[in-house]
Every structure is written in C-alpha cells, then in structure tokens.
Design a protein around this ligand. Structure first.
Ligand code: FES
Ligand SMILES: [Fe+2]
Length: 395
C-alpha cells in the first residue's frame, strides 16, 4: 500500500506569537519596544504620505520648519483622513475644518471656533508617534512612551574611514526582488541565519549568484549573542587560506550581513532593517558605509545579468532567488509542517531567542538591545569577513 500520500492533508498552522505584529499581539508588543525605519530622510516632505508599520496605517510628513511628523490618519476632530491635509510651517492642517496639528499632535488652530479655539484646542490631541533621523533614515517609535529607548548607534555606521560616508537605500537590497515583499517578515529574518541556503539557492541551483567562493559548502557554527544570533561560516579560499564570514541578526529586526560578493574584507559594510508592514508584507531599509554615491545599489543581486524585475516568468522559474524562496513559503509559512534539521540550527536558536524576549516583555522587563542612555545604546557588532591562515584557525 502507498504511504505518505497527500490524501487528506490539512492546511498547516503558524506560530502566531512569532509571526503577528499588530499592537496587542506578543511579537507586536516586543517589536514596539524599538525604533524602526519608516522611510528615507529624503522621502519626507510637504506631501502627506501613507505609511504602514507593524499593521498600523499612519500619515508621515515634514513640516515647513523641517520637523518630521507621524500621525494617526483620522483627524481627532471628526475623523477625516489627514492624507488630504496640507502641510504648513507649523504642522499639518486637516482639509475638513482646518484644524492645525503639530508633529506632536498639539492642536494649534481651530479656525471655525471662537478665537481660533483659544480656549478649547488645548483639550484635544491628534495621536502621534516620535521620530528621529539618522543614517539617511527616519526611525519611529510605536511603543509605550515610558519605555522609549535611545535610538541606537552601530559601530559599523559610526566608525568611518577617510573618504567613507553613510548612504541609505529603500529598494530592498538583499530582499532579492521588489521593494515590497508579500510574505511574513520572519521568513526573511530567518533566512539571514540560514547559511546553508547560500551554496544551494545562490551557489548552484540558480548558477553562481554571488561569487564562486560563496558556492562552497561552509563549515558553520551558530551562537546566541546578547543581541540575537550569529553565524560563522568558514570556506576554503585562495592560497590555502580560510574565508571566515560572520553574519548576525540583531534585535529588533537587523540583518547584519557582509557583502556576499566579498568585495572587501573587514567589518560589515551595511545594516538592513526588516520592517514588518503587516503580518504578510515587509520591506527592507539599508544603511551602509560607501565611498561613492550609489555604491549600495551594487549589492543588489542579478540573475543571468538581469535585475529581478527584468526577468520573465520563465526566468524567475529558472533562476529563483531569495524572493522566490521566501514568498514561496506562503504569506505566513506553516510552522506546523516544518521538519527542522541540523542545518537549521540558526533558525531554531533565533526562535528560542525570540521566545525569551517575548517572555521578558510579558514579565514587564526590557528586551535585548534596549538601552536608555547614549552610552549603553552604542552597539558593537561582530559581523564581517576576513581571510585567515588555516594555521590560525587550528590554533
Ligand atoms: S475633521 Fe479634521 S478638522 Fe474637522
Ligand atoms: Fe539568500
């Protein structure tokens, strides 16, 4: 008799506590203890923009004095959307009755009320979120105000060599496809601690997508760090040397991956933030050290000499990359149907690490990488790559 057939197969289930990001869910509350990038500094101007972060729809703008603002879309007066508002020197003015809101939601004018609302406007507040700008990106904090941490600084983006500067990118470099990726953010984040997909998906299945060296099956070590999980991959390199490559995932959603094209050795060049838009969509913001404008774009993968969006359906099938593999797991992968193996040690460690962080928050504590002073908010990363003598490794 045949066994193991698909007959009667039921749909699988996913781990809600890991995947779902809306306010009030366990992961949603954990992620709301951190700053997240919501756009490029250059993308905010006097046109109100719809943004969606962690399942919340919001309106972003920059007032006439240069201050960035992020507010709830429903005007606190009678609820029309501020998407149709006009941005002025001091804030955003609602299209319906002209109430003027500043970037912290204070009501500055109520033109239809006596004295411009001098007596009443102090009683109403437009719900808002704090923003900070750094590394070419705008970061938002959507969590409890009393738990707002200091926006961290990362050594690889702070310690610049002569001629280097920081460039940001919002085109989803490293996502393998278009800027918006229609699947759960964790599918992408887990991919960072899955070094064995590199020689298969990127090294042989679709031809060498990076450089030949990355096609070798690595010797791998997984470790939990105070920040998340790190992966050390060793591969044979030219001259009998060893190529040592360390990648990290760092709370809350950081992807700290040295350039897989092995352009240069040393400390990791860039950081990617996986921004969960909602449960089934994410995007990636990147900031990195460069010496030329547009250099980050060269990190972008090509298949058969073409960018992802230039490939035909047949070519996507012929050269699947990260986008195909991760969206191919479905909008939210079925954790119930997985068979984790030894090579999934990074994924298993990351999930355990996240479970611990969820528990810390549920118990009223502060999760990993949350700091309340500038001094403690300076993060030293281990990610990078170097060539070592085989003898050094043995020692
Ligand atoms: S609804 Fe916004 S001012 Fe009335
Ligand atoms: Fe990949």
């Amino acid at each position: 008799m045949d066994t193991g057939t698909a007959y009667g197969k039921k749909p699988g289930t996913y781990r809600k506590e890991l995947a779902e990001v809306s306010a009030g869910t366990p992961m949603g509350e954990l992620l709301r203890r951190y700053w997240h990038p919501i756009g490029m500094i250059s993308s905010l101007d006097s046109t109100p923009r719809k943004v969606k972060i962690l399942g919340e729809e919001l309106i972003a703008f920059r007032d006439g004095s240069g201050k960035p603002g992020l507010v709830h879309p429903r005007c606190a007066h009678r609820g029309t959307t501020l998407y149709y508002g006009k941005v002025e020197e001091r804030g955003i003015r609602c299209c319906y009755h002209g109430w003027l809101w500043d970037v912290q939601g204070h009501c500055l004018e109520q033109p239809c009320e006596a004295d411009g609302g001098a007596r009443s406007r102090g009683n109403v507040r437009q719900p808002w979120y704090p923003l900070e700008e750094r590394y070419g990106l705008v970061f938002a904090y959507l969590g409890p105000p009393e738990k707002k941490p200091v926006l961290p600084r990362y050594d690889c983006l702070e310690e610049l060599a002569l001629g280097e500067f920081i460039e940001a990118d919002d085109s989803s470099i490293g996502g393998g496809g278009p800027p918006l990726v229609p699947c759960n953010w964790l599918q992408h984040w887990e991919n960072v601690v899955d070094p064995f997909h590199v020689p298969i998906l990127h090294g042989s299945f679709s031809g060498a997508q990076f450089v030949a060296q990355m096609g070798a099956m690595p010797k791998v070590r997984f470790d939990v760090t105070p920040r998340g999980v790190k992966v050390e991959s060793l591969r044979p390199a030219e001259g009998g040397k060893v190529h040592r490559r360390v990648t990290e995932v760092v709370m809350p959603t950081l992807r700290v991956v040295p350039n897989p094209r092995v352009a240069k050795y040393g400390k990791v060049e860039s950081i990617g933030w996986v921004l969960p838009i909602d449960d089934t969509n994410f995007r990636i913001y990147v900031a990195g050290r460069v010496t030329e404008k547009g250099e980050l774009g060269r990190f972008r993968s090509k298949m058969a000499g073409k960018f992802w969006w230039e490939l035909s359906e047949e070519e996507h099938r012929q050269y699947p990359g990260d986008y195909e593999a991760q969206t191919g797991q479905g909008p939210i992968t079925w954790h119930s149907d997985e068979h984790l193996s030894g090579s999934d040690g990074g994924v298993a460690r990351l999930r355990r690490f996240l479970e611990q962080q969820l528990k810390i928050v549920a118990d009223g504590g502060d999760p990993a990488c949350v700091a309340f002073s500038e001094k403690d908010a300076y993060v030293r990363l281990e990610a990078g790559q170097r060539l070592e003598d085989a003898a050094d490794r043995a020692a």
